[in-house]
Design a binder for this molecule. Structure first.
Ligand SMILES: *[C@@H]1O[C@H](CO)[C@@H](O)[C@H](O)[C@H]1NC(C)=O
Ligand SMILES: *[C@@H]1O[C@H](CO)[C@@H](O)[C@H](O)[C@H]1NC(C)=O
Ligand SMILES: *[C@@H]1O[C@H](CO)[C@@H](O)[C@H](O)[C@H]1NC(C)=O
Length: 187
C-alpha cells in the first residue's frame, strides 16, 4: 500500500472517530409509568427546561434551521450544558436548592466565574442506570397552562406552591447526530 493511501485511510478513520475528550451528547426522557409524562422528552426554552414543550415554546435557533422540542445536553466536570454552536455562546445550567430557590433549574450564558450565593453549577451526574441527578436529587415536572411540564429539582414536592408536580426518572438517551442550537435566553 502506498504511503499516501495509508495516510488518507488514517485521516478518514480519525475524522470518523469523535475526539476522545468530547463528552457524550444526550437527551432527557422522563420515565414515570402510568402517568401523562411517561416517555416525554425534555426541551429547553426561555431559560428553563420542560417536558412536552409546546410549539410556541420550541424556539431554539439551530444550525439546521429546526425548532426541536427535545434539547441536547452534555456534562463536563459535573456541569450541565446545552449543546451549542461552535464558537457561539455557552449555555450552562444553574440550580438553587435553597429555601428561596426551591430547586429551580435554569440555563443562561456561562460567565467567567461561577455564580455565588445559593446558585450552584457543579453536582450533575448520570448514574449507573443512566438517570440524571444533581448530587443525588432527581427531577420533577410541574404542569403548566400550555400542556408542558416545567422541570425542577425534586428538593421540595411543590416548588413555588405548584400543584400536581410529578417526580420522574430523568433517563439520559444518546443523541447520535446532535444538532448545535442556541436556546432562547430572556435572562
Ligand atoms: C452532596 O450529597 C452528599 C450526600 O448526600 C452530601 O454529603 C454533600 O454535602 C452534598 N454536596 C453538596 C455540594 O451539596
Ligand atoms: C402536551 O401538550 C399538548 C399541547 O401542546 C397538550 O394538548 C397535551 O395534553 C400535553 N400532554 C401532556 C401529557 O401534558
Ligand atoms: C433510575 O433507573 C432505575 C432503573 O431503570 C429505576 O428503577 C429508578 O427508579 C430510576 N430513578 C431514579 C430517580 O433513581
Amino acid at each position: 500500500m502506498q504511503l499516501t493511501t495509508i495516510l488518507s485511510l488514517f485521516v478518514a478513520a480519525a475524522s470518523a472517530t469523535p475526539c476522545p475528550g468530547s463528552p457524550r451528547k444526550f437527551g432527557i426522557m422522563a420515565l414515570r409509568s402510568a402517568s401523562p409524562i411517561h416517555f416525554a422528552s425534555a426541551g429547553a426554552s426561555q431559560n428553563g427546561i420542560a417536558l412536552n414543550l409546546s410549539d410556541a415554546r420550541a424556539d431554539a435557533d439551530c444550525v439546521d434551521g429546526s425548532k426541536p422540542k427535545s434539547a441536547t445536553f452534555y456534562i463536563e466536570d459535573e456541569r450541565l450544558y446545552l449543546y451549542g454552536k461552535k464558537g457561539g455562546v455557552v449555555q450552562q445550567f444553574v440550580v438553587d436548592r435553597s429555601g428561596m430557590g426551591q430547586g429551580v433549574v435554569r440555563y443562561s450564558t456561562k460567565t467567567e466565574s461561577d455564580p455565588t450565593g445559593h446558585l450552584e453549577v457543579k453536582g450533575w451526574a448520570v448514574d449507573e442506570n443512566d438517570n440524571l441527578s444533581f448530587n443525588g436529587t432527581g427531577l420533577i415536572g410541574c404542569p403548566a397552562q400550555d400542556g408542558s411540564w416545567n422541570i425542577w429539582l425534586g428538593t421540595v414536592a411543590k416548588p413555588a406552591g405548584q400543584e400536581g408536580c410529578l417526580g420522574f426518572s430523568a433517563r439520559t438517551v444518546d443523541v447520535k447526530k446532535p444538532v448545535q442550537c442556541t436556546y432562547s435566553n430572556y435572562a
